[in-house]
Write a protein of this length. Structure first.
Lengths: 267, 270, 269
């Protein structure tokens, strides 16, 4: 369970990134965070595993405060929180397998990971994780030999190998084309349902949020302006979140239609 | 939680790829180790000697301080000569490099028969270290700044020539085509189509070479090719380490100032 | 309509930089100063003869010198030179890594720390290797080892700077991913940083090795081992055939190593 108590973040230059946020996210939920760019989506997500520090309030992960944790305690909390990034954040020159195994470092002492190989169970875990996202045959390929969608699936496998209880996905499909977008979102949904992993995703596309999430949180200027089930997230409510009607650009379907149109032969 | 949460069918031969062989890595590592070990044997590396010699070094460093500030007056003239040598060497090298670089560029020369031999010459020139050139020129022309200047000219010619022809090969071809289409001669093509594209880079390379040449000129005196380097031998020979220190500090100051000015200039150029 | 009127008032000639003439005058003065200081007279009247002798030496080299069964010959001199540059490069590569991380902006908390690292590196770089060799000869005596130490220390300056640049240019994404997975600083270094920077490090090391080989072939001039020692002897004893073969040997060796090293570097990147 994730609990945010009155969380605010003020940047050194005075701008407010987050403004008095109170949230409770239960185990197994699939939450989509939507809002315009600059609304604080990324800051919110990154404060949950403290890639960003907050300036006020407290964030509890399964009852432990991550804002107060330091050193080993902080690393142990982070170990339970997997993260997926817009730009995949794989080591491009390393093999896929090694990238997935990197998710296991939190479980071993530094010395062991530096000098010894990973235990066989870890390697097995990594292979199973790769199998789950249907990419096991690429285990020994270099990460930069893979397509964008494949790289993002490797990143998901890394989170699986990490045996995370929570997955934070920061715009996981923003650098993918519409078709691979579906595959990656399907993968995320599947691990959410099959393994009961709490999943929190920042999304730009509104229809994707409605299609995959069970709960939608709308942000505007660092404040929560909508929080409810998908059924309540109508176009009108989105218009409120964005402060304007929904743009075509914010719908994946519209973009798919554009691509289809572009493929039509010119007469 | 476990990835295995769902009961999987018993260990099936998953479509797992075979790990790639590691033999190549082991061989490479072994080769490098042998190379390094062989080098250590050949150069009679003896770290014990370094530890034993360390007190000597410290003693020497101690004697270097405080520097003999008064020695400054004796070496100003030599330092100016050093800068002169670097300046003239760079200038001659640059002038010589222009036509050769043009001939070396594969996109400007018509056939490989022209640019390959010229590239060969440039590469050949670049294999000979400047100090070695200086030693030879001293043997030919006698002691003094002239052999140093010549050595730096040839060294600069190699460096500027290479940098320039590589830059020439990346220029935009559009302007060249435009010049051809208005009926320009090859000389006109170069003046209107090539030089405007390359001159800032060229100036930057010249300045960069000048920086290197100042450093190089400062030691050419060791083989008798003029400049401040001569005074290293003089002072070290008489064990006047405080004077040596003064030479080093003065050289450092001059080099850093020239580097700074030149870097600023280069930033404005590009 | 004629083209000769109506455009003049639309465009003005851009003002020329007022300082430009001043710069030209300054440049001219600098060159007058520079040329006035170089004594062009006083060239040895034997210059022509000597040049001819060197050239004839290069074209009819002393082949016997290539291999002598006992003692100092060309091959051993070149091997010495190669060994000095290899070991010098290895020493500096190992030593410069901590300096590189010290000097990289994205690896330290404050700009003062990385700034001081950069200062130190540029200080080392400015200190000529040949002078370092002179000092090391005082410590460990003349010979190849002094050359190794001089190259090892001097190359830290340049390699450290290049390595630091490489570290600064790396993609910070993987580092972030490892922090998020609960990795320690060392684990981040090992799994996210090193795999990214290693090819660059190796490529720069080879590049520096090419430079060090050139330096190593002159270190002998001051007694720090390698082919430079027999060369300076041959020069001072006017043994031009020998000068010829040594020059030839140096050129061939450096060309070969450049080719090999260049090929490996191309594969690395």
């Amino acid at each position: 369970m994730i609990e945010l108590r009155n969380v605010s973040k003020t940047y050194p230059n005075g701008t407010k990134g987050l403004d008095g946020i109170n949230l409770k996210i239960e185990k197994g939920e699939f939450v989509a965070i939507v809002g315009l760019s600059g609304a604080g989506k990324s800051t919110l997500l990154r404060s949950m595993n403290r890639l960003h520090d907050i300036t006020e309030g407290d964030i509890l992960i399964d009852g432990n405060s991550i804002t107060q944790a330091a050193g080993k305690e902080l690393r142990t909390i982070r170990r339970d929180i997997g993260m997926i990034f817009q730009s995949f954040n794989l080591v491009k020159r390393s093999s896929v397998l090694r990238n997935v195994l990197a998710g296991r470092v939190g479980y071993h002492s530094t010395l062991r990971t530096l000098f010894g190989a990973f235990p066989n169970e870890d390697v097995e875990l990594a292979f199973q994780a790769l199998d789950r996202v249907n990419i096991v045959e690429k285990a020994y390929a270099r990460a930069d030999e893979l397509s964008g969608g494949q790289q993002q699936r490797v990143a998901i496998a890394r989170v699986l190998a990490q045996e995370a209880k929570i997955v934070l996905a920061d715009e996981p499909v923003a650098s993918l084309d519409p078709l691979t977008t579906k595959q990656v979102m399907d993968d995320l949904k599947r691990i959410n349902q099959e393994l009961d992993i709490t999943t929190i995703v920042n999304l730009h596309f509104i229809d994707l949020a409605r299609e995959y999430a069970t709960r939608i949180i709308g942000l505007r200027a660092g404040q929560v302006v909508f929080d409810g089930p998908v059924s309540e997230a109508t176009d009108e409510r989105f218009a409120e979140i964005y402060g304007r009607p929904i743009d075509q650009d914010e719908l994946l379907e519209a973009r798919l239609a554009d691509i289809a149109a572009a493929k039509e032969p010119v007469r | 939680m476990n990835v295995n949460a769902k009961p999987e069918p018993q260990p099936q031969p998953l479509n797992r790829p075979k790990p790639p062989g590691k033999l190549k890595h082991y061989l490479t590592a072994a080769f490098i180790l042998i190379l390094v070990w062989g080098s250590a044997v050949q150069s009679k590396a003896d770290w014990g000697k370094l530890i034993k010699g360390a007190p000597n070094m410290l003693e020497l460093l101690k004697e270097m301080f405080p520097p003999n500030w008064g020695y400054f007056d004796n070496i100003v003239a030599a330092m100016l000569e050093t800068i002169r040598m670097a300046l003239i060497g760079t200038t001659f090298g640059a002038i010589l490099a222009v036509p050769v670089a043009l001939l070396c560029a594969s996109n400007l020369s018509r056939t490989a028969w022209i640019y390959q031999p010229f590239r060969f010459v440039l590469n050949l020139v670049r294999t000979i270290p400047d100090l070695l050139l200086a030693a030879i020129f001293v043997a030919v022309f006698g002691l003094g700044p002239l052999p140093g200047m010549l050595a730096l000219s040839i060294f600069s010619f190699g460096l500027i020539g290479k940098l320039t022809y590589e830059a020439l090969e990346t220029i935009d071809h559009g302007p060249l085509e435009a010049m051809t289409s208005v009926g320009a001669s090859s000389g006109q093509r170069i003046i209107f189509g090539v030089i405007p594209q390359i001159q800032a880079h060229f100036m930057s390379y010249v300045l960069y070479t000048f920086e290197i040449n100042v450093r190089a000129a400062a030691v050419l005196g060791l083989v008798g090719a003029g400049g401040i380097g001569h005074y290293y031998e003089v002072t070290l020979g008489f064990f006047e380490y405080d004077k040596t220190c003064m030479i080093i500090l003065f050289t450092l100051a001059v080099v850093l100032i020239i580097d700074y000015l030149s870097t600023k200039l280069r930033e404005r150029l590009l | 309509m004629s083209m000769t009127h109506s455009w003049q008032d639309k465009v003005k000639k851009p003002k020329r930089n007022r300082y430009r003439p001043l710069i030209y005058v300054l440049l001219a003065l600098i060159y007058v100063w520079a040329f006035a200081g170089i004594p062009f007279e006083g060239i040895k009247e034997t210059a022509g003869q000597v040049t001819k002798a060197i050239f004839s030496g290069i074209f009819s080299p002393d082949w016997d010198y290539v291999y002598l069964p006992d003692g100092e010959d060309l091959l051993r001199g070149l091997l010495d030179t190669l060994a000095i540059s290899i070991l010098g490069t290895v020493v500096s590569t190992v030593l410069c890594v901590p300096f590189a991380f010290w000097a990289a902006v994205n690896m330290s908390r404050s700009r003062w720390i990385s700034g001081s690292g950069k200062m130190l590196l540029s200080f080392i770089r400015t200190f000529p290797e040949i002078v370092m060799a002179l000092l090391f000869i005082k410590a460990v005596g003349p010979g190849s080892f002094a050359g190794v130490l001089a190259l090892g220390l001097h190359s830290i300056g340049m390699l450290g700077k290049l390595f630091a640049d490489e570290v600064e240019n790396m993609d910070t994404g993987p580092t972030e991913a490892l922090i998020a997975a609960g990795a320690t600083r060392l684990q981040i270094l090992w799994f996210a940083v090193l795999p990214q920077v290693l090819p660059g490090f190796l490529s720069y090391t080879l590049y520096r090795f090419e430079i060090n080989l050139r330096s190593a072939s002159i270190l002998g001039i001051i007694g720090a081992g390698g082919i430079g020692t027999p060369l300076i002897f041959a020069l001072s004893s006017r043994n031009w055939d020998r000068v010829g073969i040594i020059l030839l040997g140096i050129i061939v060796m450096i060309t070969l190593i450049d080719l090999i090293s260049g090929a490996i570097r191309k594969k690395l990147v």
